[in-house]
Design a protein around this ligand. Sequence first.
Ligand code: T3D
Length: 259
Amino acid sequence: MANQFIKFSVEDGVGRIVLNRPETLNSFNRAMGKEVQDALDVCASDKNIRAIYITGEGRAFCAGQDLQEAVAPGTKIKDIVHATYNPIIQKIRNIEKPVICAVNGVAAGAGANIAFACDITFAGENASFIQSFINIGLIPDSAGTFFLPRLAGLQRAAAMAMLAEKIKAQQAMEFGLIWKAVADDKLQEEAFGIARKLAAMPTKGLGLTKRLLNQSLSSDLEKQLFAEGKLQEEAGNSYDHREGVKAFLEKRKPVFKGE
Ligand code: T3D
């Protein structure tokens, strides 16, 4: 079925998801949450999609939950969190392909935490991030309490979550919450260029790298060293490993298939 609240396309091996409710700053209603989840499922299962790109339409990236929808009679907050945000974060982390995010404006609440959960996040220099939850008496969800302290440290996580001050892209980069702040007018070109580049790289190796980085968040040195040995064997059995070594020895550019 055609999407109503996102745009989804495949370009140069990249699954491109654009949050598209600009009149509410791309805030999530349930239907948009489902469309994003479905698009992520397509990206996970389609062999021709080797990287994923997420951005927003208009002046914002995403203002988190649509608060009009959240106050509708009979709505349970826990149901929204379980149906919309938890699966999106799980899919972003579990897809064994790189997920690139281009934050094109304000990212608030769940919108900010979705951006922080992606593998490589770019933001336009005038984009901003706000843990706006506490302004409406809520707590950070969408893995904010997981990623904020791990990426930025406990003090910064607490201050961001408790004070709900807007931070600009440059500061988010200095805190380690995003990879790079770039000029607004270069954001899409630069971030999509990286997604395109990743889509031509050894997908298997990238996916296994992501699995190990995920695992490291709740692991210890011994377990991690053991897992690296095991997955290096798997990477070493891939077509792209053979091609990479062959191309190196033949002094030519490798042509990776993602296998
Ligand atoms: O059920 C649950 O709630 C559980 C789920 C939780 C997950 C969450 O994400 S909770 C957090 C929800 N999000 C927020 O609290 C953010 C609310 N928005 C803002 O604080 C501000 O809009 C921004 C800081 C994001 C941007 O400010 P600004 O000044 O650039 O824009 P604005 O004028 O406030 O908003 C522009 C329009 O978008 C405006 O509509 P209008 O007046 O032009 O018709 C505004 O109402 C609308 N809008 C912005 N955010 C939301 C929204 N409409 C619905 N839901 C929103 N979240």
